[in-house]
Design a binder for this molecule. Sequence first.
Ligand SMILES: N[C@@H](CCC[C@H](N)C(=O)O)C(=O)O
Length: 283
Amino acid sequence: MDFSKYHALGNDYIVIDPNKTMFNLTKENIELVCHRNFGVGSDGILYGPIFEGNNIKLKILNPDGSEAEKSGNGIRIFSRYLLDQGYVDTTSFAIDTLGGQVHVTLLDPKGKLVKVDMGSVTFLSDSIPVAGKSREVVDEVLELDNRSVKITCVSIGNPHCVIAKNDISEELAKEYGPLIENHPMFPNRINLQLLKVIDRSNIQIEIWERGAGYTLASGSSSCAAASAAYKLGVVNSNLKVHMPGGSIDIDINPDGHVHMTGSVSSVYSGKFSEELWQNLMSR
Ligand SMILES: N[C@@H](CCC[C@H](N)C(=O)O)C(=O)O
């Protein structure tokens, strides 16, 4: 077995385990493995577990080869991988990511339902980052290709830009996505969520992910959009985030920590063909 593939609400990831498979994490290799025509195909690679003392570290790679600080669906998937491979034998453990440590609780004996304390969010421009003077970026006007949009920006370890609209669609996410992701206001690029508030306990989002493009679901996007809606005063602290691939439950605790609960599905474990493997090893 060289890799395992899982999805969380249609957001699919390949887990490559450095304890089992030597893999050069070059931009070209990541792009090839994630490519849906020339490789295995996925919305990213989860590279781990990397053991540092007693800690378990995870690296999250986007299909364009960039490294993400956090991924909500990625963390839930990786938690199930740790259980499937016998790396953990408790229902509660921590994982270190570039965007901080997260705390996981397996709510199902097979790891099919996972809750994660994703940490706390910030709206501060310097932390996200968003260019310009130091401020909270909440309901602020951004010029976008001859249009004005209202943005609220959030970091939950990785950066997000939320745009609330009455009508949202895949087409609109694909139109706004590249413009927002690469806008000069966002020096580290950014993930986009188009947000529609259904009622105080339900929101709907369409997502464009930094380094990945349009995806069917995103855990950190769910946390970001729910936190933005809560900050704007239009939802309660416990809510459901509906996405094209399914829904995630979000609880915003009084201490500011955001808890995300959602499913994980196993797809298959596989081996790279000798031909693809030679290709990957040669660069
Ligand atoms: N799908 C993820 C987010 C993955 C990282 C993102 N593309 C970024 O670059 O920040 C999720 O479920 O959170």
